[in-house]
Ligand binder design. Structure first.
Ligand SMILES: *Cc1c(COP(=O)(O)O)cnc(C)c1O
Length: 381
């Protein structure tokens, strides 16, 4: 596990074999036709965008999706050669986008015009994607304005609209007909563009739940984020058939300190926990600055020697206290599984998310940069 014992033992292990497994499993489930755009924004949901993208490039992924042009620049530096679509971009970033052959997404005609002028100044015709708001209600050309937008956009000479995209808001709910409405509107928007002489090569709608739950949203390209990282548990509907997935990130630490205390001892800030019996208390070097959130105080578990140890007291910035009274065999230096498997038991990012009333994406994105990512793969050994 490439552990350097001179470092704090808190580490995130990113299993690149599981990432490959998930990609293959998703491909098998959705069939050979749709290509997968790997969504690696936000540092691949906290897993490390460069390493994950390189691994996915090795297994044949040719499309990558990021939130910011800056993220795309990092991927190029890391040797990613495929198409990199940036879902957002800001005035003044035109040169950065063009210099690194990133594919920008537009939904405002004035921004598209400014980009057309930048491309024109370099004497090139540059590929762009237009995002349509078919019901997410966040960003995109409003569905009702697609005709007007398409007429204007078709006039620009230095851009080529190579893609149209939309984004689903409720694709994890099979019974909600908003997704069907979004699909219908998107297909209509594509017809409107085609009627103006624009023939986009890529028409993509589906995110992770869309690709699994709504086969008619797959088209030629699907944009998959969470499923690649094995985070299906709370973005796919329960009991619905889906691909087999393996969690890519685990999070480990080690017991730093153990003490015996009598009943009535207060533990941590605010004395929010008071021992009810003579207890064994362990301390582990992980806290909310690592992304092990304060909301987990008195309401989570870790695994040690194959057994659950409850988090007691407040999670603080750098330390978390756990009750080891029922696991007397634990020693200082024992491995603590914060997320991952231990002797047949497991804690998923989804479980931590449930305690925090959020989704697993926020948990893995939130594991801070103070926690080193250690990449493992049998292929390297
Ligand atoms: C984040 C994102 C996705 C991926 O969503 P998942 O649920 O993680 O698959 C797809 N498309 C867009 C536009 C996104 O911003």
């Amino acid at each position: 596990m490439n552990e350097n014992s001179a470092e704090r033992p808190t580490k995130a292990i990113v299993d690149l074999d599981h990432l490959r497994f998930n990609y293959t499993s998703i491909k098998r489930f959705i069939g050979p036709e749709p290509q997968v755009m790997a969504i690696v924004k936000a540092d691949a949901y906290g897993h490390g965008a460069n390493e994950c993208s390189k691994t996915l490039q090795q297994v044949g992924v040719k499309h990558f999706g990021v939130a910011l042009p800056e993220e795309g620049v990092e991927l190029r530096k890391g040797g990613i050669a495929g198409r990199i679509v940036c879902f957002g971009n800001w005035p003044g970033q035109e040169q950065m986008i063009i210099a690194d052959r990133l594919t920008p997404v537009f939904f405002q005609i004035d921004r598209l015009k400014a980009f057309d002028e930048s491309a024109g100044a370099q004497g090139i015709v540059y590929p762009v994607v237009i995002k349509i708001d078919t019901g997410m209600g966040r960003v995109g050309v409003p569905f009702g304005s697609v005709g007007e937008f398409a007429s204007e956009a078709a006039k620009f000479k230095n851009i080529k609209i190579e893609g149209l995209m939309t984004h689903f808001s409720t694709a994890d709910q099979p019974q909600n007909n908003l997704t069907d409405t979004q699909i219908r509107r998107f297909n209509k928007a594509a017809e409107i563009f085609q009627a103006k002489g624009v023939q986009p090569k890529y028409l993509d709608m589906a995110n992770s739940p869309g690709a699994i739950v709504f086969p008619n949203s797959r088209s030629s390209l699907v944009r998959i984020g969470g499923l690649l990282y094995g985070l299906g548990g709370d973005v796919l509907p329960k009991g619905f058939p889906g691909p087999e997935l393996k969690a890519v990130m685990s999070l480990y630490s080690k017991v730093s300190f153990i003490k015996r205390v009598p009943a009535g001892t207060t533990i941590g800030y605010g004395a929010s926990f008071v021992t009810k019996r003579d207890s064994v208390i362990g301390t582990i070097p992980i806290g909310y600055n690592d992304g092990y959130r304060r909301g987990l105080s008195n309401s989570s578990n870790v695994l040690i020697r194959g057994k659950f140890a409850p988090v007691i007291g407040r999670v603080s910035m750098d330390w978390t206290t756990i009750d080891l009274t029922d696991i007397p065999e634990v020693n200082v230096g024992d491995r603590v599984t914060v997320i991952g498997n231990d002797q047949g038991h497991r804690i998923l990012a989804e479980d931590i998310a449930e305690s925090l009333n959020t989704i697993s994406y926020e948990v893995t994105c939130g594991i801070s940069r103070r926690v080193p990512r250690v990449y493992v793969s049998d292929q390297d050994r």
